[in-house]
Design a protein around this ligand. Sequence first.
Ligand code: COA
Length: 463
Amino acid sequence: MSPKHTARAQPPSPDGAADARIERAQNDSTVLPIDAESADRLSDQGLRLELVDTSDAAAFSAWLQAENRGFHLPRAAARAIDEQLQTGYRRTTGVWDATAADAAGPVATIACWPTPLTVPGERTVPSWAISAVTVAPTHRRRGIARQLIEAELRTAKALGIPVAILTVSEATIYSRYGFAPTATVTDLTIDTRRVTWTGPTASGRLHLVPMEQLKTDGRELLERVRLRAPGEIQLDEYLWQRLLGLVADDDDEAKHLRAVRYDDAEGQPQGFAIYRIKDGANFSSHVLEVKYLVAVTDDAHSGIWRYLLEMDLVATVTAPMQPIDDPIFWQISDVRGLSTTGHRDHLWARILDPKAALEGRSYAAPGRIVLDVSDPLGYADALILVEIDADGTAVVSTLDGEAPDDAAAIAITVNELGALFLGGVSARTLVRAGRITELRPGSADAVDRSFRSLVAPWLSVWF
Ligand SMILES: CC(C)(COP(=O)(O)OP(=O)(O)OC[C@H]1O[C@@H](n2cnc3c(N)ncnc32)[C@H](O)[C@@H]1OP(=O)(O)O)[C@@H](O)C(=O)NCCC(=O)NCCS
């Protein structure tokens, strides 16, 4: 690691119980050697698996261009490369083919980093965010992606991180690696000519603010809401600036973005929205697209939503990727003026260490549950007893003998454990779907009583 590398901007320091482990992983993840198992398998195909020195601008630039190509994005401009160099703390890996015409550019990419993941009980566990998974079209379906992903899962396990997470381009890719959808989003379209605001009247006021100002004010608000919904992660500076349209990739979009901040009656900022107004059927029927909305208080939520719905010259408000339990459904005069045009998987989770993952969250009800967890990749195979006390705290131990008489018991694969982890999916539904087996009758309901989250799991961003 070069001195320049150590000086690179790190994401803001994490919080709570996950602190020390994430900080250690942040320090270790970029220097931990490449996974030998995957390196050997790729080497058998004449390919080289290597970490990118992200302090080397030329090497990082070649990697980034390969990533952009993989996602069918335009070539990155010099400014975009500089900005992304901030993400140098990510473990940035590539695969090279010495026989390719452009041997300096990788034929496959992946980037991973540790981040706190919010879990039920407004707590966090360390998670391993996986992103930038691409394989060049010339090298597809030779098992390269499998080697990259398995390498990073083993790396996360070696760092002691209990869960890996990702957002997916296609829902057909990641189940084979033990991932399952764990948090959902919904896309809202609201006909503002049809609905009037029926929610509470907010007591504060709205301010139109420049993005540069929101860059500081908004960051703090973001931190204040991060623990609200299981599934949220801590945004690094790059992801945050991307939301604000302040990075080069979003230059066109940035021209159209507006920001409004909501301050409470005492003048304290309590929320903001970033939105864009697009052409509609005619000049009096523009479409307002909500890009990001943060409300620390219900009062701020009401103030901001009412502002958006009552915008002049706008006939439609769209709000992609909203939580499925948002109060907005109950704050408009005509519920059919709001349609949900998408309700889909968003965050996927892969449990690597069932004990640490399950002890990291809290539970809605006490209980004793035996989980017989099977994992085709072998990282999370376990026969465990989860004992949850009256406070919702769990102690997880390996079950040596018989399951206690009063315990519920289910057999579950690591995928379904990931689905249940944040409490957004019902065990009863998974039993009915044939995805979980009850080893004792009634066990799914016992799992649901403890595991279900009162707040619907949600992740507000792509990464
Ligand atoms: C998706 C992608 C990374 C796969 O790379 P790859 O090297 O061809 O994948 P592999 O050869 O390692 O395939 C591993 C397994 O995934 C399957 N698979 C790969 N791509 C798939 C896809 N798009 N849909 C469904 N299954 C896929 C393969 O059939 C194989 O299955 P098996 O192990 O059961 O035989 C590559 O096609 C790509 O870069 N796509 C565009 C970018 C993208 O979508 N990335 C994912 C970001 S979330």
